[in-house]
Design a protein around this ligand. Structure first.
Ligand SMILES: NC(=O)c1ccc[n+]([C@@H]2O[C@H](COP(=O)([O-])OP(=O)(O)OC[C@H]3O[C@@H](n4cnc5c(N)ncnc54)[C@H](O)[C@@H]3O)[C@@H](O)[C@H]2O)c1
Ligand SMILES: CC(C)[C@H](C(=O)O)[C@@H](O)C(=O)O
Ligand SMILES: [Mg+2]
Length: 366
């Protein structure tokens, strides 16, 4: 297959982890006979510095001319005092809105080799396999009016029925293809937008009789994510709750550096990025965990290109390296096998090579 991928490295550790994902994708292309064309473009603080805008039109054009987008992370202290339109994060929000990427899919799966890195007891973390479906283009992040002065500040939480219906349907479909359980998380005891959210979920569930639905208030959902995460299958929620709950859920896997994500729209076009940010505290030190970025690349192959075996190869290779006991320093259980970002990527590529060779040998016997 021939595909064009827009690569937006961004800021901080963004370029380090994106480079890792690109290397792994190049290795996949070589082994499976695909051709990937790359369109590198600026976003976030790097784009503010180069073009005066966190999402320059050149970047939008590169993404429009691509089959999928791979993104690193944006932000950092250098730009923290910039006016709102010049903040790196604005580039991320604008690209999500521009491409109507309303469904942010964030899988959270326990990694057997990393149970010791989770602050949760092993018997609680083990077997966790859930997906957070976060609404990504509405809610508090985008509602108007939005302003502040010295004495007051306003953000607006607004959701339309249509916005809620499409994300809820996406989550029902996902629950149906998994274990058939949906937790809809809101704050319906206080927020008007959550009352509409809950009403829409109640209406839509008639179309999914095979899915068991539970409504949960966000505060107790946050608690249950830690005390009984195995109980979750698919969790659907609005934009800001989903942002917070997914970082919280990352502790189950041992590190924020393990969580990939896909931001997709109805026709399957998607932007793929790790859940974590630009990690300014470790940027430029060759310490970042590239797993989330590589697993996001795997999600891209599977969801946007239909390349299932290629995606599984990446996932298996990352897991094998971790099972061999190698990991980056964010994973506390790693012991004396802490390796750099670059070394971790080399090991994943060696593993891909090994997988490919053994499959090839098996095929030649058949
Ligand atoms: N999608 C994005 O681009 C995105 C997401 C979150 C935060 N941000 C931005 O990133 C900047 C820093 O935010 P923050 O510090 O609150 O969150 P962060 O996710 O960047 O970092 C939180 C903590 O996790 C660690 N961490 C994160 N990713 C890691 C990885 N791959 N490997 C090892 N350790 C990792 C960091 O070192 C840090 O201690 C801010 O400007 C924020 O707005 C961007
Ligand atoms: C950087 C920020 C705008 C972003 C968000 O809140 O969506 C980030 O935290 C994320 O999770 O992708
Ligand atoms: Mg976040």
């Amino acid at each position: 297959m021939e595909k064009t991928i827009a690569v937006l490295p961004g800021d901080g550790i963004g370029p380090e982890v994106t480079e890792a994902a690109v290397k792994v994708l190049k290795s996949i292309a070589m082994r499976y006979g695909h051709t990937f064309h790359w369109k590198f473009a600026a976003i976030g603080g790097a784009a503010v510095d180069e073009f005066g805008s966190p999402l320059p039109k050149e970047t939008v054009e590169a993404c429009e001319a691509s089959d999928a987008i791979l993104l690193g992370a944006v932000g950092g202290p250098k730009w923290d005092n910039n006016p709102a339109e010049q903040r790196p994060e604005k580039g991320l929000l604008n690209i999500r809105k521009h491409f109507d990427l309303f469904a942010n899919v964030r899988p959270v799966k326990a990694v057997p080799a990393l149970l010791g890195s989770s602050p949760l007891k092993e018997e609680i973390a083990r077997e966790v396999d859930m997906v957070i479906v976060r609404e990504l283009t509405g809610g508090l992040y985008f509602g108007e009016p939005k302003r502040h002065n010295e004495n007051s500040a306003v953000d607006t939480l607004v959701y339309t029925r249509t916005e809620i219906e499409r994300i809820v349907d996406q989550a029902f479909e996902m629950a149906r293809s998994r274990r058939g359980k949906l937790a809809s998380v809101d704050k319906a005891n206080v927020l008007e937008s959550s009352k509409l959210w809950r009403k829409v979920v109640e209406e839509r569930k008639a179309g999914y009789p095979d899915v068991e639905v539970e409504h949960m208030l966000v505060d107790s959902a946050a608690m249950k994510l830690i005390t009984n995460p195995r109980a979750f299958d698919v969790l659907v929620t609005e934009n800001m709750f989903g942002d917070i709950l997914s970082d919280e859920a990352s502790v189950i896997t041992g590190s924020l550096g393990m969580l990939p994500s896909a931001s997709i729209r109805s026709d399957g076009f998607g932007l793929y990025e790790p859940v974590h940010g630009s990690a300014p505290d470790i940027a430029g030190q060759n310490k970042a965990n590239p797993s989330a970025a590589m697993l996001s690349a795997a999600m891209m192959l599977r969801q946007s290109f239909g390349m299932d075996s290629e995606a599984s190869s990446i996932e298996d290779a990352v897991m094998s390296v971790l099972e061999d006991g190698y990991c980056t320093g964010d994973l506390s259980a790693c012991g004396n096998k802490v390796i750099s970002t670059e070394r971790f990527v080399e090991k994943v590529i060696e593993e891909l090579e090994r997988e490919f060779v053994s499959e090839h040998i098996m095929f030649s016997y058949v």
